[in-house]
Ligand binder design. Structure first.
Ligand code: GDP
Ligand code: MN
Length: 381
């Protein structure tokens, strides 16, 4: 999960890093009141809290000469769209006067099975561009996971990017803070682009973190993000995600529901094999309770791309009669506006089929037959 800048900064401050003083303002709140309550004065920076790349260039970072103007900018920014994503929160921070900008990031290197730290004196700009055009401007250090990032090493690296004295001490503790935040949150990325030095102290002007979703369960992060925030999902994927469903939008016309990712993918392959086109991927998981089935069918009944619905269930732990009851109940509740084809095998399949047939739903045992029927009913060959 990608964290917002203000969330990443909150975590990094907890580990001892310094960020500019600031306040988060959400839609519906009055920016000027929040700015005054936070005691912010002078030149401020207004930063849209969106998870899209290149936010600054897309107009998501604006400098304001006064709190009043910052409030105006914030009001305009809240509710507007940056690269298609609605801005629901802004971070308003004191504008830090600075002349130099550095880059630091820690990521997982799966190939070398360790963590890799990148540092550059050319912060603030697109780091990929620096890597391409001036690779010598990037310092790379593989952190041995068994030892971690040791302070002496952090100091050595700081010297390499030109830091000395107290600024170097501040840099070393900041880098160790970033590393600890990274490890504690099972992060895939901790990045600051840029950070700067003000009065011998390292200040993170920007911060990004991508953490393992399981870290949320550890209670280290509260973040419960709306799926729409990433800007990476389609409208239907967002709707499904909000229902807790694992749904991927595709371009065909046969709606797919399977229990288990492998079976669901095999179901899509089968539809393809017989000349049809899957409209989606939707895995309702091994449990496949009546409740989840109801959610799945309610989405697919509304999802305009699906002209027929193909449910492919293997009853293992979940018994087929349970699944059948769920399907019947779901269709009764969400309506049966589209033709539904079910293939059902496994534990208690006879009972399951009897329940479905009692409700007038034809159940198949042969997946190929079921796939062909779903394609036909969807208007394919
Ligand atoms: P990004 O485009 O999402 O990476 O946004 P950043 O937070 O990195 O901001 C873009 C640029 O705005 C930075 O490279 C800085 O030059 C500038 N910037 C960000 N925060 C501050 C700040 O507090 N003070 C000043 N003067 N500039 C800032
Ligand atoms: Mn940045």
């Amino acid at each position: 999960m990608k964290l917002f800048e203000y969330e990443a900064k909150q975590i990094l401050r907890y580990y001892g890093a310094t960020t500019p003083r600031g306040v988060v303002v959400a839609q519906g709140e009055d920016p000027l009141t929040k700015i005054r309550e936070a005691g912010l004065a002078g030149r401020l920076v207004v930063k849209a809290q969106v998870l899209v790349a290149g936010r600054g260039k897309a107009g998501g970072v604006k400098l304001a000469p006064s709190p009043e103007e910052a409030a105006e900018i914030a009001t305009r920014m809240l509710g507007s769209k940056i690269k298609g994503v609605t801005v629901r929160k802004v971070l308003i921070e004191e504008a830090v006067e600075h002349d130099r900008e550095w880059f630091a990031s820690i990521t997982v290197d799966r190939a070398s099975r360790d963590f890799v730290l990148l540092l550059s004196t050319e912060g603030g700009v697109d780091i990929e561009e620096v890597a391409r055009e001036r690779p010598e401007a990037i310092i790379k250090y593989h952190i041995p996971p068994e030892r971690g990032l040791l302070p002496y090493k952090a100091r050595e690296l700081g010297k390499e990017i030109g830091l000395r004295g107290r600024a170097l001490n501040s840099f070393a503790s900041t880098l160790v803070a970033m590393y600890r935040a990274f490890v504690d949150h099972y992060a895939d990325l901790v990045e600051s682009n840029p950070f700067t030095v003000v009065k011998d102290r390292v200040v993170l002007l920007d911060a990004r973190m991508i953490i393992d979703d399981s870290a949320i369960r550890l209670g280290l992060v509260k973040a419960e993000q709306d799926p729409a925030e990433t800007g990476e999902l389609s409208e239907w994927e967002v709707r499904a995600r909000r229902l807790g469903l694992n749904f991927v939008e595709l371009d065909g016309y046969v709606g797919i529901v399977g229990n288990g990712a492998g079976l669901t993918m095999a179901t899509m392959d089968l539809v393809k094999h017989f000349g049809g086109e899957p409209a989606n991927f939707l895995d309702i998981g091994g449990g496949a309770s009546a409740e989840v089935m109801k959610k799945a069918l309610s989405i697919l009944m509304e999802y305009p791309k699906a002209r027929s619905i193909f449910i492919n269930i293997f009853g293992g732990i979940t018994r087929c009669d349970e699944v059948a009851k769920g399907v019947v109940q779901a269709l009764r509740e969400v309506g049966s506006g589209k033709p539904v084809v079910i293939r059902l095998v496994g534990t208690n399949e006879e009972e399951g089929r009897a329940i479905l047939e009692g409700a007038g739903i034809k159940a198949f045992t042969d997946p190929a037959e079921a796939a062909k029927e779903a394609i036909r009913l969807g208007g394919g060959e």
